[in-house]
Ligand binder design. Structure first.
Ligand code: HEC
Ligand code: HEC
Length: 445
């Protein structure tokens, strides 16, 4: 039985420990010379400087330790000695002068998402570095990307609402609204095409859309760049990281930040991790297998799924009763494809979704399957935000969606009892894992 790969990354604590042991400088660099000197000095403590015995990986300089995505030090912001709320030019220069912040990061994904490693997109064209992640973080939370300085990406993708918004539609500058609900901005690392209709080929391309969208940030790309160029801290970062200051660099930095927004292991993941062992007893194992068995068991017991959630899992995965995994499948619980559920199809002029891109008949009213991970945090639901709760969503499936000529053949009336419906909702709640702690302030002034 293959159990060895279970040996790492069990709990959030070990996840963080793993990350910390392998990551060069943290966001809290060692004390810099008084006076805010610019040189990194001997800046970086050796990786894994925890006082523990070095592991083999750490002691062999040719083996680069991998970083666990989701580790909070990636998104903690540049530290400042003077003022915790702001960063100044000296802080930024100090940060930029540390070569470790420009190294391409090798990374692991947390338990659960890790199964989607082969699906990871976008790294060849836009390697992940600490400097780009941090610049992207600043840009994501900076309202100066919008024409009137009031709307940032986080206005519609707020950490308080699962990186989505609590409003039915995205609300942009001057209170303007579109006709679509803000999707979540995490776990994008496992997703290539972006938007409900998949019209952006990459995260890099997607990030530039809202800036120039008249009902979102209402800027032009040129005016946005001119505005950012007026801020010294941004000038320094673009110069050092990209050598130039172009709008596509804005997209690259934001994409790097979004790629580290990943959901940590959920009760569902700990349950899945133990499942291969479930039929056996502790006595059946020895050596490494016994350690793996015990760790998986402890992790599951520390993050339990309720009985209802376990029954809901059965329905979610069953072909006949729930059938959810016909589309919500894989590490991020989405097939990354487009389906018509009939949502909004009773409108006088329905949103045609994917059809606008492909002009293929079957794509009329089809939208990209969203993730179920952390879906509890991002109500309201569906591309038009028309469903307020997960209970409502389950009712939608139970009645077989809304009939229309392009209704996906996988959407059929379901034979679910009241308890079944509750159980499905409980299962979705058990798919919630921790999102990384992210600093929202500390922007260049
Ligand atoms: C005014 C609200 C608003 C603002 C501001 C905004 N977004 Fe969005 N975002 C949306 C909406 C609505 C959609 C879905 C639009 C569509 O599919 O046509 C979306 C889609 C996305 C997606 C695609 C997710 C997926 O699953 O396909 C990403 C990623 C994203 N936004 C990131 C950003 C970034 C980065 C910024 C800042 C540069 C930003 N958004 C600014 C509302 C907003
Ligand atoms: C045929 C593919 C398919 C099947 C089967 C399916 N879904 Fe979906 N799911 C989608 C698509 C596509 C959307 C978005 C539809 C839209 O907005 O028009 C969606 C949306 C959702 C949402 C809203 C998420 C959000 O962020 O807005 C939830 C929750 C959900 N599905 C749960 C389920 C459950 C539970 C089942 C099983 C009972 C299920 N789905 C079966 C494709 C599917």
């Amino acid at each position: 039985m293959v159990v060895r790969h279970f040996l790492c990354h069990f709990t959030m604590a070990s996840l963080v420990a793993c990350a910390l042991s392998g990551c060069g400088p943290s966001a809290a660099p060692p004390a810099k010379p008084v006076g805010g000197g610019t040189a990194p000095s001997e800046a970086t403590p050796p990786a894994g400087d925890t006082g523990d015995e070095p592991t083999k990986e750490e002691s062999d300089p040719s083996v680069k330790p991998k970083l666990m995505l989701g580790s909070p030090d990636l998104t903690a912001g540049i530290s400042s000695e003077k003022d915790a709320s702001a960063i100044d030019t000296a802080d930024i220069e100090y940060w930029l002068n540390d070569p470790a912040n420009h190294e391409t990061l090798e990374f692991d994904l947390p338990l659960g998402l890790a199964a989607g490693r082969m699906q990871v997109k976008g790294f060849e064209a836009n390697p992940l570095t600490r400097a780009k992640i941090e610049l992207g973080r600043q840009l994501f939370f900076d309202p100066r990307l919008s024409a009137d300085g009031t709307v940032s990406c986080s206005s519609c993708h707020s950490p308080d609402h699962g990186y989505a918004a609590e409003t039915q539609f995205g609300v942009g500058i001057n209170g303007k609204q579109g006709g679509r609900n803000s999707p979540v901005a995490y776990n994008r690392i496992l997703s290539e095409k972006q938007f409900w209709d998949g019209r952006a080929e990459s995260l890099e391309e997607q990030a530039l859309g809202p800036i120039a969208n008249p009902i979102e940030m209402g800027h032009t790309h040129d005016a946005c760049i001119d505005c950012l160029k007026g801020i010294e801290g941004y000038r320094l970062q673009f110069d050092k990281i990209f050598g130039e200051f172009r709008i596509d660099h804005v997209g690259q930095a934001i994409a790097c930040f979004e790629r580290v927004l990943v959901t940590g292991p959920s009760p569902f993941d700990f349950y899945e991790q133990f499942r291969p062992f479930a039929e056996q007893e502790e006595d059946d194992f020895e050596g490494d297998d016994l350690i793996a068995y015990k760790q998986a068991k402890e992790a599951m017991e520390a993050h339990p799924m309720s009985e209802a959630a376990i029954r809901g899992r059965g329905l979610f995965f069953s072909e006949k009763k729930g059938g959810c995994t016909a589309c919500h499948v894989g590490a991020n619980l989405t097939d990354e494809l487009y389906h018509n559920l009939g949502v909004g199809m009773d409108a006088a002029e329905p949103d045609l979704g994917r059809f606008a891109e492909t002009k293929v008949e079957k794509d009329r009213g089809a939208f990209k399957t969203p993730t179920i991970r952390n879906v509890t945090l991002s109500a309201p639901y569906m591309h038009d935000g028309s469903q307020k709760t997960l209970e409502e969503v389950v009712e939608w499936y139970a009645k077989g969606g809304h009939p229309n000529p392009q209704l996906d053949p996988k959407i059929k009336k379901l034979d679910l009892t009241g308890q079944d419906k509750k159980d499905l909702v409980e299962f979705m709640k058990a798919c919630e894992g921790e999102l990384p702690k992210v600093e929202r302030g500390r922007l260049p002034q």
